[in-house]
Design a protein around this ligand. Structure first.
Ligand code: SF4
Ligand code: SF4
Length: 116
């Protein structure tokens, strides 16, 4: 939920708003933990399309109170369709996973300073 962010991180001359319960960003190359830093800083290529912006938080980034982490809204929508999944939806899921490099670890080189 981007509406209630209460921690801040300096980000290449910018401040991004991060949920206070978000996990700390792991080092680049480590498994993604849903800290949200990358998507809050700027949208990925597919995020640019759905957010219609180049900078700032991606509009489809979603905070999960249950999981205490961020999720890509596109993946959440895709994963919600468990069971019998139409072909077009499977292809969409596959495309989204590829476009956002899901499962390939943290690829964000952004450094987040320690929070007070
Ligand atoms: S890719 Fe890295 S910065 Fe982005 S949400 Fe995952 S862990 Fe956080
Ligand atoms: S991974 Fe999802 S939430 Fe993150 S920037 Fe890309 S489209 Fe947006």
């Amino acid at each position: 939920m981007l509406g209630a962010p209460l921690a801040y991180a300096a980000c290449v001359n910018r401040v991004i708003h991060i949920h206070t319960e978000a996990p700390p960003k792991p080092p680049e190359g480590q498994p993604c933990n849903g800290c949200g830093v990358c998507c809050l800083a700027e949208p990925c290529p597919v995020g640019v399309l759905v957010s219609r912006r180049w900078k700032g938080a991606c509009k489809v980034l979603v905070w999960s109170d249950a999981a205490k982490r961020y999720h890509c809204g596109l993946m959440g929508e895709a994963m919600a369709s468990a069971g019998k999944v139409p072909l077009w939806r499977r292809l969409w899921q596959r495309w989204v996973r590829r476009m956002i490099s899901a499962g390939s670890g943290c690829d964000a080189s952004i450094e987040v300073p320690p929070q007070p």
